[in-house]
Design a protein. Structure first.
Length: 326
């Protein structure tokens, strides 16, 4: 057997062992979440979400990236409670209007998802669950892995822009800070590298990779530097560049790009440049199945960050406003 084939079967065995261990341990489902949560109260909840997401992505496949990022930005700030979906009010600037969130997309899809859920089962399915499902479906429809989403999250009533400041990672070369921010919500270094693979989808604006073109240029492939430089040179703040060559397809190309020093953000490239994470990037670049498996595990954990307990929170009627907003 060739070395490549040996390595492939080693990774397969590794994945099987990890899956078996997770199954035997029952999986780290938070006490209040369960797979069949809406079985009696809204049995078609998952189908309803999938239908609306699939219609939206048929019109605009780039929205898969938007939905995945919405779920990430929801969970890292105040936990997975749909706080990112709340609109600002007269006296309050909400999370979505914080600088790090201004390019979030997919809010209209979530409005449509919630409207459909309310039509079938009013007051039952939380916006936080709907967003977790929509992100999962978006990943799958972009040809990524499918994973089960335990349900039963409740919606938060607080959404404050300044809560995002320390909770969301900046797109810079500081690996220690990235590790710290993930650790703050119970995610480890492996999760950091696997979940950064979310950047297999979507685009970033020039402002987000300015640092990469300047302070971080010595680790940037020269032809990419040239094309990014000329794309952003015009000073149009709306200009974007894709994270990888296949930005509407969920695959392992993002990691391959990192190994060729073609990462778009400094925070992406640093994963390959730092000894602590380089091996993981190389493994994911070589074995997309291993990336898919690690991404599933990471999303499963991310979807359970700081959940509301017991009667805390509510089931919002519309995702943009809290129920008692009068
Ligand atoms: C590791 C730390 C991370 C940093 C520093 C980071 C930062 C960013 C930045 C700056 C953008 C582009 C914003 C813009 O210019 O419009 C972006 C886009 C994106 N991020 Fe991340 N991100 C991180 C982790 C993640 C994770 C964990 C996920 C999902 C699991 C994710 C999913 C996405 C997606 C899908 C996009 C593209 C959105 C679109 O096309 O609308 N990111 N991220």
């Amino acid at each position: 057997m060739s070395r490549g084939a040996q390595m492939k079967s080693f990774v397969r065995v590794l994945i099987l062992v990890q899956v078996a261990a997770a199954l035997l341990a029952g999986g780290p489902v938070a006490a209040e979440l369960s797979m069949g949560y809406y079985g009696m109260t809204c049995p078609f909840a998952e189908y309803i979400v999938r239908n609306v997401v699939s219609e939206a992505l048929a019109k605009d496949p780039t929205l898969a990236a938007g939905l995945l990022r919405l779920h990430f930005h929801d969970c890292f700030v105040q936990g997975c409670d749909a706080s990112v979906l709340l609109d600002s009010t007269d006296g309050n600037t909400a999370e979505k209007d914080a600088p790090a969130n201004l390019s979030l997309r997919g809010f209209e899809v979530m409005d449509a998802v919630k409207e459909a859920l309310e039509a079938w089962c009013p007051g039952v399915v939380s916006c936080a669950d709907a967003l977790a499902l929509a992100a999962r479906d978006a990943v799958f429809m972009a040809r990524g892995p499918y994973y089960g989403v335990p349900l039963g999250r409740r919606d938060g009533t607080r959404s404050v822009a300044s809560d995002t400041f320390l909770a969301l990672p900046p797109p810079l070369k500081n690996l220690t800070l990235l590790i710290q921010i993930f650790d703050n919500v119970g995610l480890d270094v492996h999760d950091l590298v696997a979940l950064s693979g979310g950047h297999t989808l979507g685009v970033a604006h020039c402002a987000s990779f300015k640092d990469r073109l300047q302070a971080d240029a010595e680790t940037l492939d020269s032809s990419l530097a040239k094309s990014l430089g000329s794309a952003c040179g015009g000073g149009d703040s709306g200009t974007t560049a894709p994270f990888d060559r296949t930005s509407t397809r969920f695959d392992g190309v993002y990691y391959k790009e990192l190994t060729s020093r073609r990462g778009l953000l400094s925070s992406d490239q640093t994963l390959f440049e730092s000894p602590e994470t380089k091996e993981i990037v190389s493994m994911f670049a070589m074995y997309p199945d291993y990336f898919f498996y690690s991404f599933q595990q990471g999303m499963y954990k991310m979807g359970q960050i700081n959940l509301k307990e017991g009667d805390e929170g509510e089931i919002r009627k519309t995702c943009r406003v809290i129920n008692d907003s009068s």
